[in-house]
Design a protein around this ligand. Structure first.
Ligand code: HEM
Length: 125
């Protein structure tokens, strides 16, 4: 029986494992490590704050992911497959590591954000 997501450390290991999966993913990794060349040491704490706020309502995150992905898409156009693959990786990472109410909630939140982002950015479902 796996545990549920309960602490900041749980979110930290989820986000780290997710980025390990992104690194191995041919479709998504260029966005993170070729076009953007993101610095994981700086990026991971921001992602942790984002997801902590999403499921524990900490108020810790104050960014604008919609704007950020819109700008990213303007430079490096995304397709349906990018969004679908992101969601597949996120859901499978959560499922391998955790189970419970918060685990379901964090998948649900990512899925709804993904749908809205996809509609706004690609203009379709
Ligand atoms: C589908 C659901 C998605 C969600 C929920 C999501 C969420 C996020 C969040 C919360 C951030 C951090 C924002 C910040 O720094 O304040 C981020 C950053 C980023 N996302 Fe996404 N994302 C999604 C899809 C995608 C897709 C499909 C791609 C690329 C194909 C992508 C590429 C990136 C990149 C490159 C960054 C880092 C940008 C930077 O450091 O400037 N994301 N994402």
């Amino acid at each position: 029986m796996k545990k549920d997501i309960e602490t900041q450390e749980d979110i930290q290991s989820l986000v780290e494992t997710f980025y390990d999966q992104i690194k191995k993913d041919e479709l998504l990794s260029p966005y993170f490590f070729k076009y953007m060349k993101i610095n994981l040491e700086k990026r991971i704490p921001i992602m942790v704050q984002f997801w902590e706020n999403a499921i524990f309502y900490t108020g810790a995150y104050s960014g604008n992911p919609m704007q950020l992905h819109q700008a990213l898409n303007n430079h490096f156009p995304m397709t349906d497959e990018h969004f679908n693959q992101w969601i597949v990786l996120w859901n499978s990472t959560v499922d391998v590591m955790f189970e419970g109410k918060k685990a379901e909630e964090i998948k649900q939140k990512a899925n709804s954000i993904g749908v809205v982002m996809k509609i706004k950015i690609l203009g379709s479902e």
